[in-house]
Design a protein around this ligand. Structure first.
Ligand code: AMP
Length: 119
C-alpha cells in the first residue's frame, strides 16, 4: 500500500474531484466510477466513494454508503452489459488483500470468463 492515508494527497479523491483525468462511467452525489487504468478484463471499472474512506474495513459503520457503492457497482455492471454473461465485484483491504490504492474502491470486472480462484 502507498503511504498516503488521508484525502489530501489521495489519487482517487483527486479523480473524484475532477482534478486528475479519468474515463468516468458513472457519478452521483456520493459515488463516482471510472475505468481502471490497467484493466484486468475487457470491462474493468472502479467504483469509489467521493469522500475519502481508506478501505472497506473503515466503512462498517456506514451501511448507507456501503449500499450506495454496491448499488452503483451493479448499475455500472448492467450499463456495461455484463449482467447476462456475468461479472465480479471485488474490493481489497490492506497488505495481504493486495490493496495498492488506499481509497476504497470496488472493482467491477467482466467481459470474459474470469478465473474461479479468488486468491
Ligand atoms: P487495488 O490493488 O485493489 O488497490 O486496485 C487499485 C487499482 O487502481 C488498480 O487496478 C490500478 O490499475 C488502478 N489505478 C491506479 N491508478 C489509477 C488511475 N489514475 N486511474 C484509474 N485506475 C487507477
Amino acid at each position: 500500500m502507498t503511504a498516503n492515508t488521508s484525502g489530501a494527497d489521495c489519487i482517487f479523491c483527486a479523480i473524484a474531484r475532477g482534478d486528475i483525468p479519468s474515463e468516468g462511467v458513472y457519478a452521483d452525489d456520493h459515488v463516482v466510477a471510472f475505468r481502471d487504468i490497467n484493466p484486468q478484463a475487457p470491462a474493468h471499472v472502479l467504483v469509489v466513494p467521493r469522500r475519502h474512506v481508506s478501505s472497506i474495513d473503515a466503512l462498517k459503520d456506514d451501511p448507507e454508503l456501503l449500499g450506495r457503492i454496491m448499488a452503483a457497482a451493479v448499475t455500472v455492471a448492467q450499463a456495461e452489459n455484463l449482467a447476462a454473461s456475468g461479472y465480479r465485484l471485488a474490493t481489497n483491504h490492506g497488505r495481504d488483500g493486495a490493496q495498492t490504492v488506499p481509497h476504497l474502491h470496488v472493482h467491477v470486472l467482466g467481459g470474459r470468463s474470469l478465473n474461479g480462484r479468488l486468491g
